[in-house]
Design a protein around this ligand. Structure first.
Ligand code: SME
Length: 485
Protein backbone atom coordinates (compact mmCIF):
# COMPACT_ATOMS: atom_id res chain seq x y z
CA UNK A 1 0.00 0.00 0.00
CA UNK A 2 1.45 3.36 -0.96
CA UNK A 3 0.75 6.71 0.58
CA UNK A 4 1.64 10.28 -0.31
CA UNK A 5 3.25 10.80 3.09
CA UNK A 6 6.07 8.44 2.09
CA UNK A 7 7.34 10.92 -0.45
CA UNK A 8 6.33 14.33 0.86
CA UNK A 9 8.86 16.62 2.44
CA UNK A 10 11.42 19.34 1.97
CA UNK A 11 14.87 19.18 0.44
CA UNK A 12 17.74 20.83 2.27
CA UNK A 13 20.13 23.26 0.60
CA UNK A 14 23.49 22.56 2.22
CA UNK A 15 26.28 20.58 0.59
CA UNK A 16 27.28 17.27 2.14
CA UNK A 17 30.96 16.88 3.09
CA UNK A 18 31.39 13.14 2.53
CA UNK A 19 32.61 11.11 -0.40
CA UNK A 20 31.19 8.46 -2.70
CA UNK A 21 32.87 5.11 -2.96
CA UNK A 22 32.05 1.44 -3.47
CA UNK A 23 31.76 -0.72 -0.34
CA UNK A 24 31.12 -4.43 -0.70
CA UNK A 25 29.80 -3.94 -4.20
CA UNK A 26 27.39 -1.12 -3.36
CA UNK A 27 27.79 2.55 -4.24
CA UNK A 28 28.03 4.21 -0.84
CA UNK A 29 28.10 7.74 0.52
CA UNK A 30 30.65 7.87 3.36
CA UNK A 31 30.87 10.46 6.12
CA UNK A 32 34.29 9.67 7.57
CA UNK A 33 35.02 8.86 11.18
CA UNK A 34 36.88 6.16 13.08
CA UNK A 35 35.60 3.05 11.33
CA UNK A 36 37.82 0.74 13.40
CA UNK A 37 35.66 1.59 16.44
CA UNK A 38 32.32 1.28 14.76
CA UNK A 39 30.15 2.15 11.81
CA UNK A 40 26.65 3.50 11.49
CA UNK A 41 24.86 2.31 8.37
CA UNK A 42 21.86 4.34 7.26
CA UNK A 43 19.06 2.51 5.48
CA UNK A 44 17.28 5.39 3.81
CA UNK A 45 13.70 6.10 2.83
CA UNK A 46 12.53 5.51 -0.74
CA UNK A 47 14.70 8.38 -2.03
CA UNK A 48 17.74 6.29 -1.26
CA UNK A 49 21.38 7.17 -0.94
CA UNK A 50 21.13 10.20 -3.23
CA UNK A 51 18.84 12.30 -1.03
CA UNK A 52 20.79 15.32 0.14
CA UNK A 53 18.97 15.31 3.51
CA UNK A 54 20.18 11.77 4.20
CA UNK A 55 23.76 12.66 3.32
CA UNK A 56 23.66 15.73 5.56
CA UNK A 57 22.31 13.56 8.36
CA UNK A 58 25.20 11.12 7.81
CA UNK A 59 27.59 14.07 8.21
CA UNK A 60 25.89 15.02 11.50
CA UNK A 61 26.13 11.45 12.83
CA UNK A 62 29.83 11.23 11.92
CA UNK A 63 30.61 14.60 13.49
CA UNK A 64 28.74 13.87 16.71
CA UNK A 65 29.66 10.21 17.25
CA UNK A 66 33.15 10.12 15.74
CA UNK A 67 32.17 6.92 13.91
CA UNK A 68 32.12 6.36 10.15
CA UNK A 69 28.70 6.58 8.59
CA UNK A 70 27.72 4.73 5.42
CA UNK A 71 24.72 5.37 3.21
CA UNK A 72 24.80 2.47 0.73
CA UNK A 73 22.68 2.28 -2.39
CA UNK A 74 20.45 -0.64 -1.46
CA UNK A 75 18.25 0.17 -4.47
CA UNK A 76 20.63 -0.78 -7.29
CA UNK A 77 20.66 2.68 -8.85
CA UNK A 78 16.85 2.88 -8.78
CA UNK A 79 16.00 5.11 -5.82
CA UNK A 80 12.66 6.89 -6.14
CA UNK A 81 13.37 10.10 -8.08
CA UNK A 82 13.53 13.09 -5.78
CA UNK A 83 11.51 15.18 -8.27
CA UNK A 84 8.49 13.30 -6.95
CA UNK A 85 8.94 14.98 -3.60
CA UNK A 86 8.57 18.34 -5.36
CA UNK A 87 5.39 17.13 -7.05
CA UNK A 88 3.71 16.22 -3.80
CA UNK A 89 5.19 19.05 -1.73
CA UNK A 90 5.67 21.95 -4.15
CA UNK A 91 8.23 24.41 -2.78
CA UNK A 92 5.94 27.34 -3.51
CA UNK A 93 3.36 25.87 -1.14
CA UNK A 94 0.71 25.26 -3.80
CA UNK A 95 -1.49 22.20 -3.45
CA UNK A 96 -0.60 19.51 -6.02
CA UNK A 97 -3.31 18.63 -8.54
CA UNK A 98 -5.17 15.37 -8.15
CA UNK A 99 -3.72 14.12 -11.46
CA UNK A 100 -0.16 14.85 -10.34
CA UNK A 101 -0.82 13.09 -7.04
CA UNK A 102 -2.32 10.00 -8.66
CA UNK A 103 0.52 9.74 -11.19
CA UNK A 104 3.19 10.00 -8.48
CA UNK A 105 1.48 7.46 -6.26
CA UNK A 106 1.23 5.10 -9.24
CA UNK A 107 4.98 5.43 -9.76
CA UNK A 108 5.58 4.84 -6.07
CA UNK A 109 3.48 1.67 -6.16
CA UNK A 110 5.57 0.34 -9.05
CA UNK A 111 8.76 1.28 -7.19
CA UNK A 112 7.59 -0.51 -4.05
CA UNK A 113 6.98 -3.63 -6.11
CA UNK A 114 10.42 -3.47 -7.73
CA UNK A 115 11.95 -3.09 -4.26
CA UNK A 116 9.80 -5.60 -2.41
CA UNK A 117 11.27 -7.54 0.48
CA UNK A 118 12.20 -10.57 -1.61
CA UNK A 119 14.47 -8.33 -3.69
CA UNK A 120 15.78 -5.82 -1.16
CA UNK A 121 16.41 -8.12 1.77
CA UNK A 122 19.13 -10.06 -0.07
CA UNK A 123 20.96 -6.84 -0.88
CA UNK A 124 20.66 -5.36 2.61
CA UNK A 125 21.49 -8.56 4.45
CA UNK A 126 24.40 -9.28 2.11
CA UNK A 127 25.89 -5.86 2.82
CA UNK A 128 25.62 -6.28 6.59
CA UNK A 129 27.11 -9.76 6.41
CA UNK A 130 30.08 -8.38 4.48
CA UNK A 131 30.48 -5.51 6.95
CA UNK A 132 30.38 -7.97 9.85
CA UNK A 133 32.94 -10.31 8.28
CA UNK A 134 35.29 -7.47 7.46
CA UNK A 135 35.70 -6.80 11.18
CA UNK A 136 33.83 -8.98 13.65
CA UNK A 137 34.76 -7.00 16.77
CA UNK A 138 33.78 -3.44 15.91
CA UNK A 139 30.27 -2.20 16.56
CA UNK A 140 27.74 -1.99 13.75
CA UNK A 141 24.80 0.33 14.28
CA UNK A 142 21.92 0.85 11.91
CA UNK A 143 19.69 3.86 11.45
CA UNK A 144 16.63 3.37 9.27
CA UNK A 145 13.98 5.74 7.98
CA UNK A 146 10.47 4.99 6.64
CA UNK A 147 11.05 2.21 4.08
CA UNK A 148 14.49 1.58 5.63
CA UNK A 149 13.12 1.81 9.19
CA UNK A 150 11.54 -1.60 8.86
CA UNK A 151 14.72 -3.19 7.51
CA UNK A 152 16.60 -1.79 10.51
CA UNK A 153 14.19 -3.81 12.68
CA UNK A 154 14.52 -6.94 10.55
CA UNK A 155 18.30 -6.83 10.91
CA UNK A 156 17.92 -7.22 14.69
CA UNK A 157 15.59 -10.23 14.70
CA UNK A 158 15.96 -12.81 17.43
CA UNK A 159 16.35 -15.83 15.18
CA UNK A 160 19.75 -17.31 14.53
CA UNK A 161 21.49 -15.80 11.57
CA UNK A 162 23.21 -18.23 9.32
CA UNK A 163 25.99 -16.67 7.35
CA UNK A 164 27.05 -17.94 3.95
CA UNK A 165 29.99 -19.86 5.48
CA UNK A 166 27.60 -21.88 7.66
CA UNK A 167 28.38 -20.04 10.91
CA UNK A 168 25.67 -18.11 12.68
CA UNK A 169 25.32 -15.11 14.89
CA UNK A 170 22.49 -14.89 17.40
CA UNK A 171 20.28 -11.83 17.11
CA UNK A 172 21.41 -10.50 13.79
CA UNK A 173 24.41 -8.74 12.37
CA UNK A 174 24.09 -5.44 14.19
CA UNK A 175 24.69 -4.19 17.74
CA UNK A 176 21.90 -1.63 18.05
CA UNK A 177 19.38 0.20 15.93
CA UNK A 178 17.55 3.47 15.59
CA UNK A 179 14.38 3.51 13.51
CA UNK A 180 12.47 6.67 12.61
CA UNK A 181 8.83 6.43 11.51
CA UNK A 182 9.20 2.93 10.02
CA UNK A 183 6.62 1.89 7.44
CA UNK A 184 5.19 -1.53 6.60
CA UNK A 185 6.18 -3.09 9.93
CA UNK A 186 4.24 -6.23 10.85
CA UNK A 187 3.06 -5.58 14.42
CA UNK A 188 3.38 -7.41 16.80
CA UNK A 189 5.60 -10.07 15.16
CA UNK A 190 8.43 -7.93 13.85
CA UNK A 191 8.64 -6.01 17.12
CA UNK A 192 8.53 -9.12 19.31
CA UNK A 193 11.48 -10.57 17.41
CA UNK A 194 13.78 -7.59 17.94
CA UNK A 195 16.79 -8.80 19.93
CA UNK A 196 19.12 -5.78 19.90
CA UNK A 197 18.88 -2.42 21.69
CA UNK A 198 16.33 -0.37 19.79
CA UNK A 199 15.42 3.30 19.80
CA UNK A 200 12.31 4.42 17.89
CA UNK A 201 11.47 7.98 16.84
CA UNK A 202 7.76 8.16 16.06
CA UNK A 203 5.57 10.88 14.61
CA UNK A 204 2.44 11.80 16.49
CA UNK A 205 0.49 12.13 13.24
CA UNK A 206 1.69 9.27 11.11
CA UNK A 207 -0.69 7.67 8.61
CA UNK A 208 1.71 4.75 8.19
CA UNK A 209 2.16 4.10 11.91
CA UNK A 210 -0.71 5.58 13.94
CA UNK A 211 -0.39 6.14 17.68
CA UNK A 212 -2.43 3.03 18.47
CA UNK A 213 0.33 0.99 16.80
CA UNK A 214 3.00 2.99 18.59
CA UNK A 215 1.29 2.17 21.91
CA UNK A 216 1.33 -1.51 20.94
CA UNK A 217 5.05 -1.29 20.20
CA UNK A 218 5.68 0.29 23.61
CA UNK A 219 3.68 -2.45 25.30
CA UNK A 220 5.58 -5.23 23.50
CA UNK A 221 8.99 -3.72 24.20
CA UNK A 222 8.01 -3.06 27.81
CA UNK A 223 7.49 -6.78 28.32
CA UNK A 224 10.96 -7.61 27.07
CA UNK A 225 12.86 -6.95 30.27
CA UNK A 226 16.19 -8.07 28.83
CA UNK A 227 16.01 -5.70 25.88
CA UNK A 228 17.18 -2.09 26.06
CA UNK A 229 14.70 0.06 24.24
CA UNK A 230 13.12 3.48 24.06
CA UNK A 231 10.27 4.96 22.09
CA UNK A 232 10.19 8.72 21.63
CA UNK A 233 7.14 10.34 20.05
CA UNK A 234 7.32 13.82 18.57
CA UNK A 235 4.32 16.09 19.09
CA UNK A 236 2.81 17.42 15.89
CA UNK A 237 5.30 15.50 13.76
CA UNK A 238 4.22 13.75 10.57
CA UNK A 239 5.56 10.70 8.79
CA UNK A 240 9.01 11.46 7.34
CA UNK A 241 9.74 14.27 9.83
CA UNK A 242 13.17 12.98 10.89
CA UNK A 243 14.56 13.18 7.37
CA UNK A 244 12.38 15.46 5.31
CA UNK A 245 11.11 18.10 7.76
CA UNK A 246 11.16 21.74 6.71
CA UNK A 247 14.02 23.40 8.59
CA UNK A 248 12.52 26.83 7.89
CA UNK A 249 9.63 25.96 10.22
CA UNK A 250 10.78 26.02 13.85
CA UNK A 251 8.66 23.13 15.15
CA UNK A 252 9.72 20.91 12.26
CA UNK A 253 13.37 21.89 12.61
CA UNK A 254 13.29 21.12 16.35
CA UNK A 255 11.69 17.74 15.82
CA UNK A 256 14.29 16.87 13.18
CA UNK A 257 17.18 18.02 15.37
CA UNK A 258 15.84 16.26 18.45
CA UNK A 259 15.48 13.02 16.53
CA UNK A 260 19.09 13.41 15.31
CA UNK A 261 20.21 13.85 18.92
CA UNK A 262 18.11 10.87 19.94
CA UNK A 263 19.93 8.62 17.46
CA UNK A 264 23.37 10.05 18.26
CA UNK A 265 22.83 9.70 22.02
CA UNK A 266 21.48 6.19 21.62
CA UNK A 267 24.50 5.02 19.67
CA UNK A 268 26.88 6.75 22.08
CA UNK A 269 25.20 5.18 25.10
CA UNK A 270 25.14 1.72 23.56
CA UNK A 271 28.73 2.04 22.38
CA UNK A 272 29.84 3.02 25.87
CA UNK A 273 27.65 0.38 27.48
CA UNK A 274 29.11 -2.29 25.22
CA UNK A 275 32.72 -1.27 25.51
CA UNK A 276 32.81 -0.18 29.15
CA UNK A 277 29.78 -1.95 30.59
CA UNK A 278 28.36 1.36 31.86
CA UNK A 279 25.06 -0.39 32.21
CA UNK A 280 23.49 2.32 34.26
CA UNK A 281 23.27 4.43 31.13
CA UNK A 282 20.65 2.14 29.69
CA UNK A 283 17.07 2.88 30.60
CA UNK A 284 14.08 0.57 30.34
CA UNK A 285 11.50 1.18 27.68
CA UNK A 286 9.57 4.35 28.12
CA UNK A 287 7.45 6.73 26.17
CA UNK A 288 9.05 10.14 26.16
CA UNK A 289 7.15 13.14 24.93
CA UNK A 290 9.41 15.72 23.31
CA UNK A 291 8.57 18.31 25.94
CA UNK A 292 10.10 16.02 28.54
CA UNK A 293 12.87 14.98 26.22
CA UNK A 294 16.24 15.53 27.80
CA UNK A 295 19.65 14.50 26.53
CA UNK A 296 19.94 10.90 27.64
CA UNK A 297 23.71 10.91 27.86
CA UNK A 298 24.00 12.96 31.02
CA UNK A 299 27.01 13.69 33.14
CA UNK A 300 25.30 12.17 36.17
CA UNK A 301 24.64 8.91 34.42
CA UNK A 302 28.19 8.79 33.16
CA UNK A 303 29.50 9.21 36.71
CA UNK A 304 27.74 6.05 37.97
CA UNK A 305 30.37 3.40 38.64
CA UNK A 306 30.25 -0.38 38.39
CA UNK A 307 30.56 -0.91 42.11
CA UNK A 308 27.09 0.63 42.51
CA UNK A 309 25.67 -2.55 41.01
CA UNK A 310 26.72 -4.34 44.19
CA UNK A 311 24.98 -1.89 46.52
CA UNK A 312 21.84 -3.42 47.97
CA UNK A 313 19.54 -1.37 50.17
CA UNK A 314 19.48 -2.17 53.88
CA UNK A 315 16.53 -4.27 54.92
CA UNK A 316 15.85 -5.40 51.37
CA UNK A 317 13.69 -8.52 51.06
CA UNK A 318 15.05 -11.69 49.56
CA UNK A 319 12.83 -11.28 46.49
CA UNK A 320 13.97 -7.68 45.96
CA UNK A 321 17.64 -8.56 46.39
CA UNK A 322 17.46 -11.42 43.89
CA UNK A 323 15.51 -9.21 41.47
CA UNK A 324 18.40 -6.74 41.63
CA UNK A 325 20.92 -9.55 41.06
CA UNK A 326 19.08 -10.68 37.94
CA UNK A 327 18.61 -7.14 36.65
CA UNK A 328 22.21 -6.06 37.27
CA UNK A 329 23.62 -9.33 35.96
CA UNK A 330 21.61 -9.02 32.74
CA UNK A 331 22.77 -5.45 32.33
CA UNK A 332 26.40 -6.31 33.04
CA UNK A 333 26.34 -9.12 30.47
CA UNK A 334 24.95 -6.86 27.77
CA UNK A 335 27.66 -6.91 25.10
CA UNK A 336 29.99 -8.94 27.33
CA UNK A 337 30.18 -12.65 26.65
CA UNK A 338 33.46 -13.40 28.36
CA UNK A 339 33.84 -15.58 31.33
CA UNK A 340 37.24 -16.92 30.43
CA UNK A 341 39.81 -17.58 27.73
CA UNK A 342 41.49 -20.95 27.54
CA UNK A 343 44.57 -21.05 29.79
CA UNK A 344 44.55 -17.31 30.18
CA UNK A 345 41.82 -17.02 32.68
CA UNK A 346 39.61 -13.98 32.23
CA UNK A 347 36.52 -14.22 34.25
CA UNK A 348 34.42 -11.21 33.54
CA UNK A 349 30.78 -12.29 33.85
CA UNK A 350 31.32 -14.95 36.49
CA UNK A 351 33.40 -12.61 38.65
CA UNK A 352 30.71 -9.95 38.58
CA UNK A 353 28.02 -12.55 39.27
CA UNK A 354 29.88 -13.87 42.32
CA UNK A 355 30.06 -10.32 43.63
CA UNK A 356 26.36 -9.72 43.01
CA UNK A 357 25.30 -12.96 44.74
CA UNK A 358 27.56 -12.28 47.71
CA UNK A 359 26.39 -8.73 48.28
CA UNK A 360 22.75 -9.66 47.68
CA UNK A 361 22.86 -12.44 50.28
CA UNK A 362 24.53 -10.23 52.84
CA UNK A 363 21.75 -7.64 52.43
CA UNK A 364 18.98 -10.20 52.92
CA UNK A 365 17.25 -11.02 56.20
CA UNK A 366 18.12 -14.07 58.32
CA UNK A 367 19.21 -16.71 57.55
CA UNK A 368 20.41 -15.74 54.06
CA UNK A 369 22.88 -13.16 55.38
CA UNK A 370 25.13 -15.91 56.81
CA UNK A 371 26.57 -16.89 53.42
CA UNK A 372 30.28 -17.60 53.71
CA UNK A 373 31.08 -18.58 50.11
CA UNK A 374 29.52 -17.73 46.74
CA UNK A 375 31.05 -18.58 43.42
CA UNK A 376 31.57 -20.97 40.55
CA UNK A 377 33.12 -24.25 39.58
CA UNK A 378 33.49 -24.69 35.83
CA UNK A 379 34.39 -27.56 33.50
CA UNK A 380 38.10 -28.27 33.75
CA UNK A 381 39.48 -28.02 30.19
CA UNK A 382 42.39 -30.32 31.06
CA UNK A 383 40.42 -33.23 32.53
CA UNK A 384 37.10 -34.74 31.42
CA UNK A 385 34.30 -35.02 33.99
CA UNK A 386 36.05 -32.66 36.36
CA UNK A 387 35.21 -29.20 37.70
CA UNK A 388 37.78 -26.54 38.47
CA UNK A 389 37.48 -23.54 40.75
CA UNK A 390 36.16 -20.38 39.08
CA UNK A 391 35.59 -16.85 40.37
CA UNK A 392 34.21 -16.61 43.90
CA UNK A 393 33.76 -14.49 47.02
CA UNK A 394 34.80 -16.02 50.33
CA UNK A 395 37.69 -18.03 51.71
CA UNK A 396 40.12 -20.13 49.69
CA UNK A 397 38.41 -23.28 48.37
CA UNK A 398 39.30 -26.67 46.91
CA UNK A 399 40.54 -26.47 43.36
CA UNK A 400 39.10 -29.43 41.49
CA UNK A 401 36.04 -31.63 42.03
CA UNK A 402 35.30 -34.82 40.07
CA UNK A 403 31.80 -35.24 38.62
CA UNK A 404 29.77 -37.23 41.16
CA UNK A 405 31.89 -36.09 44.15
CA UNK A 406 30.56 -33.69 46.77
CA UNK A 407 27.55 -31.47 46.34
CA UNK A 408 29.05 -29.67 43.34
CA UNK A 409 29.98 -32.91 41.59
CA UNK A 410 26.50 -34.32 42.17
CA UNK A 411 24.89 -31.21 40.66
CA UNK A 412 27.28 -31.43 37.69
CA UNK A 413 26.62 -35.14 37.15
CA UNK A 414 22.84 -35.04 37.57
CA UNK A 415 22.32 -31.56 36.05
CA UNK A 416 19.94 -30.98 38.99
CA UNK A 417 20.04 -28.30 41.68
CA UNK A 418 21.13 -29.61 45.08
CA UNK A 419 19.74 -27.90 48.20
CA UNK A 420 21.50 -29.33 51.26
CA UNK A 421 19.89 -28.28 54.53
CA UNK A 422 22.69 -29.72 56.65
CA UNK A 423 25.99 -30.59 55.00
CA UNK A 424 26.87 -32.88 57.92
CA UNK A 425 24.12 -35.23 56.82
CA UNK A 426 25.32 -35.24 53.18
CA UNK A 427 27.74 -38.19 53.22
CA UNK A 428 30.00 -36.98 50.42
CA UNK A 429 30.12 -33.30 51.29
CA UNK A 430 33.53 -31.77 50.55
CA UNK A 431 34.31 -29.49 53.47
CA UNK A 432 36.37 -26.66 52.04
CA UNK A 433 35.48 -24.65 55.13
CA UNK A 434 34.58 -26.32 58.44
CA UNK A 435 32.23 -23.45 59.24
CA UNK A 436 29.86 -24.32 56.39
CA UNK A 437 26.54 -25.86 57.52
CA UNK A 438 24.24 -25.65 54.47
CA UNK A 439 24.79 -25.35 50.75
CA UNK A 440 23.05 -24.85 47.42
CA UNK A 441 24.58 -25.85 44.08
CA UNK A 442 22.87 -24.94 40.79
CA UNK A 443 24.07 -26.31 37.44
CA UNK A 444 24.56 -23.97 34.48
CA UNK A 445 23.47 -25.76 31.32
CA UNK A 446 24.18 -24.95 27.71
CA UNK A 447 22.37 -27.10 25.16
CA UNK A 448 21.51 -29.62 27.87
CA UNK A 449 25.13 -30.00 28.94
CA UNK A 450 26.44 -28.77 32.31
CA UNK A 451 29.23 -26.23 31.77
CA UNK A 452 29.58 -24.92 35.33
CA UNK A 453 27.84 -24.75 38.71
CA UNK A 454 26.90 -21.89 41.01
CA UNK A 455 27.85 -22.84 44.57
CA UNK A 456 26.75 -20.97 47.71
CA UNK A 457 27.57 -21.98 51.29
CA UNK A 458 26.24 -20.73 54.61
CA UNK A 459 27.40 -21.01 58.21
CA UNK A 460 23.85 -21.79 59.40
CA UNK A 461 21.70 -24.86 58.63
CA UNK A 462 18.70 -24.56 56.28
CA UNK A 463 19.90 -21.23 54.84
CA UNK A 464 18.54 -21.99 51.35
CA UNK A 465 14.99 -22.62 50.22
CA UNK A 466 12.83 -22.79 47.12
CA UNK A 467 13.16 -19.02 46.54
CA UNK A 468 16.96 -19.24 46.44
CA UNK A 469 16.69 -22.23 44.12
CA UNK A 470 14.38 -20.45 41.67
CA UNK A 471 16.39 -17.22 41.65
CA UNK A 472 19.76 -18.90 41.23
CA UNK A 473 18.34 -21.15 38.50
CA UNK A 474 17.21 -18.00 36.67
CA UNK A 475 20.68 -16.55 37.01
CA UNK A 476 22.16 -19.84 35.78
CA UNK A 477 19.93 -19.68 32.74
CA UNK A 478 21.00 -16.12 31.98
CA UNK A 479 24.68 -17.03 32.42
CA UNK A 480 24.20 -20.03 30.14
CA UNK A 481 22.96 -17.85 27.31
CA UNK A 482 24.97 -14.70 28.05
CA UNK A 483 28.51 -16.12 28.04
CA UNK A 484 30.62 -17.75 25.37
CA UNK A 485 31.33 -21.07 27.06
N1 SME B 1 31.18 -28.13 49.50
C1 SME B 1 31.41 -28.30 48.10
C2 SME B 1 32.83 -27.99 47.72
C3 SME B 1 33.07 -26.60 47.31
S1 SME B 1 33.06 -25.52 48.55
O1 SME B 1 31.77 -25.49 49.20
C4 SME B 1 33.48 -23.99 48.05
C5 SME B 1 31.01 -29.71 47.69
O2 SME B 1 30.71 -30.55 48.52
O3 SME B 1 30.98 -29.97 46.48
Amino acid sequence: MTSACCVQGTLQNDSPNGTETVIHGLDTYVASGDSSKGVIVIIPDVFGWLLVNTRLLADVYARKTGLSVYVPDFMSGDSFPVENMQVLSPVDGTVPTMTAKVKTLGKLGAWMFRHREAVSWKIINGFFEAIHKENTTRKVFVSGFCWGGRYACLLAQREKWFLSDGSYREGGLIDALFSAHPSLLAIPKEIELIAKPVSFAMAEEDERLPMKDVEKIIEILGKQKMLKSEVVTYDGAKHGFALRGNIEIQAQRENMENSQDQAVNWFKRIEIAISEVRTSLLQPTKLIRPKQYLPLFTADAARMVHADASNFSRGVSKAEAYAQVIEQASALFDGQRNWWVYFSIKVCNLANSASLIWHALHSMPEPSNHANWAGFYVLDPTTPKQLILGPFMGKVACQTIKFGRGVCGKAAETAETQVIEDVHSFPDHIACDGDSRSEIVVPIRVGGKVVAVIDVDSTVPKAFDEEDKKALESLAEILGTSCDW
